[in-house]
Design a protein around this ligand. Structure first.
Ligand code: PXG
Length: 460
């Protein structure tokens, strides 16, 4: 049955409103606005909705469709794998060929030392797995007191109980009496918002030292790990000053605190490097991967486990009582392998570093250099943030906690561009296959939307 043709768009919208609880959605407000926009197909960097409108996807879905939409190679691999072996698990001394091949490939691709992998289905599950694994590790080391996790404000690590606890999103904490005990947060390296009079590099060192202060306040014997995204994505594309990560690495080593890099957004070429850790010289003990690992075509995530954690787990751990029905799902692993092959074959990571990434960054900076509403354009590779502010000189924000960003997002929709708002920062993460012409088109649409927002506010 062709479900697309069987009912009208309005009918689908009615059914959606009646039955479907969407993630991160105010249900009443959505119904009052007439329901969802229904996306029916996609190709390259474009989406089409049920009204036939073509939309430029400046967000690669949710930061994930790195190889772009409509890749026949991925569909073919999925089709073949479904016929060959649609499912088998990796529990009870069994494995499947795609899961083993992917484990080997990821071990080779990720930074040196990360040579073991635990598979899950989402970034949230991967980060939950990390919490289980790290607590188990410190118990095995005879240091059961080392249990507290330190994350950062505006950090986003997912939506399960432990992942929200690792995250520093206050509204998420508020709704479910989180974080759980044993989770705490420090200031992120968000110079534009919190840097005050310090120059960015001094602020980067300051933000890192706040982590050290927190470790000393809690006592190093009680701190299990620090978790951070190399670049905070959902927190507003927070690009750390160069001084930040080297200092964090030093602090974690010095106080015997495990370092976890959440590469769910940064991984698989987003920054022009395979991993954000490669860009910043981070040597994590553990790394979480999702999103770009399959370009979002099927759900899959992975926890890369390095050196001493892996050897302790393997040598001394006994049975690890943890796993998911779909850990190492053969379909997902087969698609991931082909997705990585496409990234390699088409040179998409290198292209992001040397060509299209710098082009997007330059075009955005030119377009908004003197814009009355834009305080800063920041980014690297194909991830960018455009900070909408009240006063460019004084770096002051608009009141309203994100209303300006939402106005701008609505103007983007009207201009058939997906650009997301985080507070009043507009964020971009287009597919890595985007062309120069498509970047020009994106910048033109973004400019129209930001100009329209400025006119609404009477500043232009
Ligand atoms: N870590 C990071 C760094 C993420 O960005 C997760 C973990 C959780 O992954 P799952 O697969 O469980 O969603 C994420 C997810 C947004 C947005 O609007 C961002 C994410 C998810 C949904 C929306 O920016 N990031």
């Amino acid at each position: 049955m062709d479900i697309h043709a069987s009912r009208s768009a309005a009918d689908w919208r009615r059914a959606d409103t009646a039955h479907h609880l969407h993630p991160f959605t105010d249900y009443k407000a959505l119904a009052d606005e007439g329901g969802s926009r229904i996306i029916t197909r996609a190709d390259g960097v474009h989406l089409w909705d049920s009204d036939g409108r073509r939309i430029l996807d400046g967000m690669a879905g949710l930061w994930c469709v790195n190889v772009g939409y409509g890749r026949r190679e991925l569909a073919d691999v999925a089709h073949r794998q479904m016929l060959e072996l649609p499912y088998y698990n990796t529990f009870f001394k069994t494995a499947t060929i795609p899961s083993v091949a992917l484990a080997e490939k990821l071990s080779a691709l990720t930074p040196a030392g990360l040579d073991h992998v635990f598979f899950a289905n989402s970034g949230s599950e991967a980060n939950d797995t990390v919490v289980r694994l790290v607590r188990h590790y410190w118990n095995l080391c005879g240091k059961p007191g080392k249990k507290t996790f330190i994350g950062r404000q505006y950090g986003y690590h997912g939506s399960t109980m432990a992942a929200v606890s690792l995250s520093g999103m206050a509204p998420m904490h508020g709704q479910a009496d989180l974080p759980l005990p044993g989770f705490t947060h420090v200031l992120p390296p968000y110079w534009y918002g919190h840097g005050g009079d310090m120059d960015p590099e001094a602020f980067g060192r300051h933000a890192a030292r706040l982590l050290e202060e927190k470790i000393l306040e809690l006592g190093p014997d009680s701190v299990a790990a620090f978790i951070g995204e190399p670049i905070q994505g959902a927190g507003g594309v927070i690009i750390p000053p160069e001084s930040y990560w080297p200092e964090v690495v030093r602090i974690c080593r010095e106080h015997d605190v495990l370092l976890i890099a959440d590469e769910v957004i940064c991984g698989f070429g987003r920054t022009g490097h395979w991993f954000g850790s490669d860009l910043y010289g981070i040597e994590p003990d553990i790394m979480t991967l999702a999103k770009g690992i399959t370009s979002g075509y099927v759900p899959l995530s992975a926890v890369m486990v390095g050196g001493r954690v892996a050897s302790t787990l393997v040598e001394d751990g006994g049975e690890f009582y943890h796993g998911f029905t779909y850990s190492g799902h053969p379909l997902a692993c087969a698609v991931a392998l082909e997705n990585i092959a496409i990234l390699e074959r088409d040179g998409l990571v290198e292209r992001t570093r040397t060509d299209i990434g710098p082009y997007l960054q330059q075009r955005l900076r030119e377009a908004f250099a003197d814009h009355p509403l834009v305080g800063e354009v920041r980014g690297v590779g194909l991830i960018a943030g455009i900070e909408l502010v009240k006063d460019r000189q004084r770096r002051t924000f608009w009141p309203g906690g994100g209303k300006i960003g939402q106005m701008c997002r609505d103007h983007c929709f009207a201009n058939d561009l997906v650009m997301r708002a985080v507070r009043d920062t507009m964020v971009l993460a287009p597919p890595l296959v985007i062309t120069r012409d498509e970047v020009d088109d994106l910048v033109e649409r973004a400019t129209r939307a930001i100009d329209a927002t400025a006119r609404d506010l009477g500043v232009m």
